[in-house]
Design a protein around this ligand. Structure first.
Ligand SMILES: Nc1nc2c(ncn2[C@@H]2O[C@H](COP(=O)(O)OP(=O)(O)OP(=O)(O)O)[C@@H](O)[C@H]2O)c(=O)[nH]1
Ligand SMILES: [Mg+2]
Length: 203
């Protein structure tokens, strides 16, 4: 027997996973495109263009000398966390000249990853300021490049002057499981932040 609209809605809600949008942000060359590519179960959409001589004065390649391309619009990928949760990943461009794209990319996002490289920590300040100003929950993930000194998360928190509730973790953006852990941290943190916002205001 055919079932009614409300029953159909109920049934589809039972099987349809929740989809959430997560931003992957951070400074130039910190590994955003790498992370989206490592974790995405679909072929990631990329908008890479070759780095040119013209960009040499502003594109700081210290630590990522092998880098030949840069993201000029966005990365896009998808990961199914479990039967109930699918994340859509939007990687931001790392260079200041593409800041004008951020507001569009951030629309409707649940939360963000700010990737950081301890050799160039200041490059992540702008992304952190951006998410703090907008009240968008974020996790800071230190991408542990080969040869870079290792620092405990608490030292990174202090250096970045982060609020105590902001998760800080170490990761390897090239590895799927590591990237997945970072994304789960963002979701959990954003859910907790959402719960706090729903708490009744103190008298
Ligand atoms: N050793 C090491 N290299 C990495 C890691 N992540 C990225 N790389 C390399 O570092 C370079 C930068 O990676 P991308 O993923 O393009 O960085 P991005 O943040 O997307 O860069 P922009 O979009 O230009 O800002 C590439 O050459 C990567 O192969 C990492 O975890 N370890
Ligand atoms: Mg990129």
């Amino acid at each position: 027997m055919a079932f009614g609209r409300s029953e159909r809605r109920r049934r589809s809600a039972a099987v349809e996973p929740v989809t959430l949008k997560i931003l992957v942000a951070g400074g130039f060359g910190v590994g955003k495109t790498t992370l989206v590519g490592a974790v995405s179960e679909i072929k990631p959409l990329r908008t890479e263009e070759r780095l040119t001589e013209a960009g040499r004065p502003v594109d700081d390649l210290d630590g990522v000398e092998t880098k030949t391309t840069t993201t000029v619009a966005m990365d896009f990928g998808r990961i199914t966390v479990n039967d109930h949760l699918v994340l859509y990943l939007f990687g931001t461009p790392g260079q200041d000249r593409f800041w004008f794209l951020w507001d569009e990319l951030a629309l409707g996002a649940l939360g963000a990853v700010v990737l950081a490289d301890t050799r160039r920590l200041a490059d992540s300040f702008a992304a952190i300021d951006y998410f703090e100003r907008r009240g968008l929950p974020f996790t800071v993930a230190v991408n542990c490049f080969d040869g870079a000194d290792r620092y405990p998360p608490e030292s990174v928190r202090e250096a970045l002057d982060l609020d105590p509730q902001v998760p800080v973790m170490l990761c390897d953006a090239r590895h799927k499981d590591s990237a997945r852990d970072v994304l789960i941290s963002v979701v959990e943190h954003a859910m907790q932040a959402g719960d706090c916002r729903r708490e009744p205001a103190l008298p």
